[in-house]
Design a protein around this ligand. Structure first.
Ligand SMILES: Cc1ncc(COP(=O)(O)O)c(C=O)c1O
Length: 449
């Protein structure tokens, strides 16, 4: 029986179980997104009540060190005082007007200063929405119908890109030279998928081959900078630069999806870290520090097509005043003291990753830890590295990972139990959090064995 770290009492999630039972009469899978329900969280999810800094507390009073951090939406951790103050200020003076507001300009200018290609900025609410606008813009500006995405990359839940981003048995994927396009959902507009080309990632010859097969038809190549929806898979050396070169040479718009990596890997995201020059970039998650704020940024020559009469992009809640207040406070804290928050999260992440690697070795478990800065994932595999979607589907034991993470909960550590997601280090995490997590991880590995 696991003993709760703070109270010294046996761990129980009984209240969560009772609430879950009650939700079944009204909510689907107990929550508002399938990724939060039993598919990932076992019999029932833990219902959370409140949070502060690196800690989150459930309805039974259990305290956890939170490494999920709202799927990356909280780069400063929970309830950072400056974000709380900003949100309070906006709430008491008008949360949203759906008019032009000066704070929108301030946040846009801050982004312009931080993000290399942000000649123009347009706000949205979610990564999905920003990506929808980016695709429409690319099609509008080029007059071309097709878009190219990569196997295992997730860019939101809209129809155009909801293909080959779920984990599947390796035998379903077809040949690397001609991947089978696998819709991720029922109810998709199949004709939308006709115009979506799917290519293996980290493979420049495969990309070149696809471009040669569709001359003059591809509006955009869309990629994550770090593959963040199959654990954490870094780009191979020179891969993103090669992709950019091929896009340019073929008159194709290069869309970099920084929904996960933005304001996380570096102030200017993967664009800065890998020295890229994309045409359009989408941001979400970390931008609003817990509020739904997303942005599409890019070159003026392309972005200006969003003007009235060109490519349409609307949204009642775009650039909400309360979201902009949160984003402004967030960006101020993130970039303070010459971007000290980024140095902090990289340092804590290195400590956590090396501690986990040592622990897994000591326990004799076939597992690796892959990370890029503050994004990390444990992968139960006998391979020395996981390099792409096919590797992940074939060689990663997702059930073992889920069992391990669910075994962490009673020892006071919270993370996403989905092997395809990852953990996030924030400004709020400390050396002590790492030490307690490593101790808990040792116990959870024994419990899950
Ligand atoms: C790389 C990437 N792009 C886009 C999205 C969609 O963002 P949102 O969930 O805010 O719609 C996600 C969400 O996880 C993502 O990981």
């Amino acid at each position: 029986m696991a003993i709760h770290r703070e109270t010294g009492l046996p761990f129980t999630a009984e209240k969560s179980r009772q609430i879950y039972e009650r939700t079944l009469g009204v909510l689907i899978e107990g929550s508002s997104s399938s990724s939060r329900g039993p598919a990932n969280f076992g019999k029932y999810p833990i219902f959370m009540d409140r949070a502060a800094g690196s800690r989150i507390y459930d309805v039974d009073g259990n305290e956890y060190i939170d490494w999920m951090m709202a799927f990356g939406a909280l780069p400063l951790g929970h309830a950072h005082p400056e974000v709380v103050e900003a949100i309070t200020q906006a709430a008491t003076s008008g949360a949203h007007f759906a008019t032009a507001t000066p704070v929108e300009l301030e946040v846009a200018e801050m982004i312009q200063k931080i993000v290399p290609n942000a000649e123009r900025v347009r706000f949205a609410n979610t990564g999905t929405e920003a990506m929808m606008a980016a695709i429409r813009l690319a099609r509008g500006v080029t007059g071309r119908p097709k878009i190219l995405k990569f196997e295992g990359h997730y860019h939101g839940w809209h129809d155009d890109l909801l293909v080959s981003s779920n984990v599947l048995p390796a035998a379903a994927l077809g040949l690397r030279s001609d991947p089978v396009k696998i819709p991720d959902s029922s109810g998709l507009n199949r004709t939308a998928l006709d115009d979506t080309i799917v290519v293996p990632w980290n493979d420049l010859p495969a990309l070149q081959h696809a471009l040669e097969n569709h001359p003059g038809q591809i509006a955009a190549i869309i990629t994550e900078g770090v593959m963040a929806n199959m654990g954490v898979i870094p780009p191979a050396d020179g891969y993103l630069q090669g992709l950019q070169k091929l896009a340019r040479a073929n008159g194709i718009i290069f869309i970099l999806d920084e929904t996960v990596t933005g304001f996380r890997i570096a102030p200017g995201g993967c664009q800065e870290h890998y020295q890229l020059s994309p045409d359009l970039v989408t941001f979400g998650k970390a931008l609003g520090s817990g509020l739904p704020v997303a942005a599409l940024v890019g070159r003026a020559a392309i972005m200006d097509a969003l003007q009235w009469g060109g490519v349409l992009h609307y949204g009642t809640h775009n650039g909400s005043r309360i979201g902009m207040f949160a984003a402004r406070a967030n960006l101020r804290v993130l970039t303070r003291d010459h971007n000290a928050s980024f140095r902090h999260s990289w340092k804590i992440s290195e400590k956590l990753c090396s501690g986990l690697r040592q622990l897994l070795q000591k326990k004799g478990r076939a597992a690796i830890v892959q990370n890029v800065g503050p994004m990390l994932q444990i992968m139960f595999t006998d391979r020395p590295a996981i390099r792409d979607y096919r590797d992940f589907c074939q060689h990663v034991d997702r059930a073992a990972f889920q069992k391990f993470v669910l075994s962490l909960f009673p020892f006071g550590v919270y993370a996403s139990p989905s092997a395809a997601l990852h953990s996030i280090v924030t400004l709020a995490h400390s050396d002590e959090d790492v030490e307690l997590t490593l101790e808990a991880a040792g116990k959870a590995l024994d419990a899950a064995a």
